[in-house]
Design a protein around this ligand. Structure first.
Ligand code: GLN
Length: 451
């Protein structure tokens, strides 16, 4: 695999002797305004810069998933993806901000919210908010991020970068602080899909530490057909709808055949996703009890309830909400009605979507809205929040690979489209977006580290 894109450019350019020192200071300065990073190392090694979402372990570096309950946690090992990328000479530049444990869509469930580089009053998206902001700020850089229900696509689209979520199982999750094990995928964000393809080849493949990782050939079965699912366009803001229509027009002139179909099962994907993800999250968070994991209360004279209440009080509000709801849907008395039903509806949706993906891509806007103002998002109810994930949830719920790429700018804000393909056909997405990049130039307001 040859280096292309920004990685090739970077490695081909002579850099001043103090380049990495200056880059570090620049990132630190800008971080005071944009809050992309939870942690920046004192000194950067030489190599192409990469950042790591704060729910992925980096040896000896505080890893908190933006949760107070994990403050001070220093992993004694690197996550497999981090180890593999380091071994290829990439340079670690920091841990990126996120919604606590991945719970959120706007990057606001954290101590200090990351800011959108196109307009600082607006959100960066979530939950991988910092990864997207870092990518939009730093010219030569790739972000290792993670998605459960849209955490890569969503912030990538709000911040105008490319965000790739691989097929479930194509990349090892070893060293990831789990949100929902049957849904979590480690992926990438970059300024060009070429860099994503290069680093994905380094990260992917079987890992003996993760039994769900597989050694399947990643295909590049291209298609000239695009399917648009009517239900995925219904709730989209008018200005985004108009611009998406013109994207379809452009793709048609580039030789794609576009067809529109109805798939009413798409409507169930939101509730199904939140039932499954919360059920799994509530079991994953049970271990943070203050004994082996989580905030250490260390006062063993306290009675049982007070001890655990103190230890678990460090969870944020959204985490607490999900523990309660997730525990409820798993309860013996209602399990068949919610959790088990959700599992069978997920299987149904996978079947329905695979039929479409047999010989075509599925394309939609990534988000139904432009990046909203932080103050407006704070007024949303939890359910209004959850509903905004309606376009990113279907591929995530079904484990299909997908990429969000910037395709237009409305009122100075970037918007993204999301292309989905069948399991283990991830490389076809790279081909699709590469063709797009040959005809379209992404805009960036900042170019930290430019040489
Ligand atoms: N917004 C979705 C949620 O809160 C997805 C987040 C994610 O992919 N981690 O669950």
């Amino acid at each position: 695999m040859e280096e292309e894109g920004y990685i090739a450019d970077f490695n081909g350019i002579e850099k001043p002797g103090d380049y990495f020192h200056r880059l570090r200071d620049e990132i630190q300065n800008y971080n005071e305004k944009f809050h992309a990073f939870n942690f920046i190392p004192e000194k950067l090694e030489e190599g192409f810069p990469f950042s790591v979402k704060d729910n992925i372990c980096v040896k000896g570096v505080e890893t908190t998933a933006s949760s107070r309950i994990l403050s001070g946690y220093l992993p004694p090992f690197d996550a497999t993806v981090v180890r593999r990328v380091k071994e290829k000479g990439f340079s670690f530049i920091g841990k990126t901000n996120m919604d606590e444990f991945g719970f959120g869509s706007f990057g606001i469930n954290t101590d200090i919210s990351a800011r959108n580089p196109f307009d600082e009053d607006r959100v960066a998206g979530g939950s991988s908010s910092g990864a997207a902001v870092a990518t939009a700020l730093i010219k030569y850089h790739i972000a290792i991020a993670e998605s459960t229900g849209g955490s890569i696509s969503n912030p990538a689209s709000f911040c105008g970068v490319v965000g790739f979520t691989p097929t479930y199982g194509a990349v090892s999750r070893y060293g990831l602080i789990d949100y929902a094990n049957s849904l979590d995928k480690i992926g990438l964000m970059a300024r060009s899909v070429k860099d994503i393809e290069f680093v994905f080849d380094i990260m992917k493949g079987k890992d003996e530490h993760d039994s769900t990782s597989v050694d399947r050939k990643i295909e590049n079965k291209k298609s000239r057909k695009i399917t648009v699912i009517d239900e995925m366009i219904e709730g989209v803001d008018e200005d985004i709808k108009r611009s998406f229509d013109s994207l379809l027009g452009k793709l048609e002139t580039q030789g794609y055949k576009i067809s529109h179909i109805s798939l009413k099962e798409i409507g169930i994907s939101g509730p199904v996703y939140y039932i499954i993800s919360m059920a799994e999250a509530s079991t994953n968070l049970a271990k943070f009890s203050g004994f082996k994991y989580g905030l250490k209360v260390e006062d063993f004279s306290l009675d049982y309830n007070t001890f655990f209440t103190n230890a678990r009080d460090a969870f944020g509000e959204e985490a607490k909400r999900r523990i309660i709801l997730g525990t409820f849907v798993r309860a013996a008395s209602v399990r068949a009605r919610y959790y088990q039903k959700a599992l069978s509806l997920r299987a149904l949706l996978i079947r329905k979507m695979r039929e479409i993906l047999k010989d075509s891509y599925i394309l939609s806007p990534t988000m139904p809205i432009k990046a909203p103002k932080i103050k407006d998002v704070e007024k949303l109810t939890p359910v209004q929040n959850y509903m905004l994930d309606i376009l990113t949830i279907p591929p995530n719920l079904c484990g299909f690979p997908h990429i969000s790429f910037p395709y237009d700018y409305i009122d100075g804000l970037p918007i993204g489209a999301q292309v989905i393909t069948d399991h283990f056909n991830d490389k076809a997405l790279f081909s699709f977006v590469e063709d797009w990049e040959n005809n379209f130039t992404y805009k960036f307001k900042y170019n930290l580290g430019e040489i």
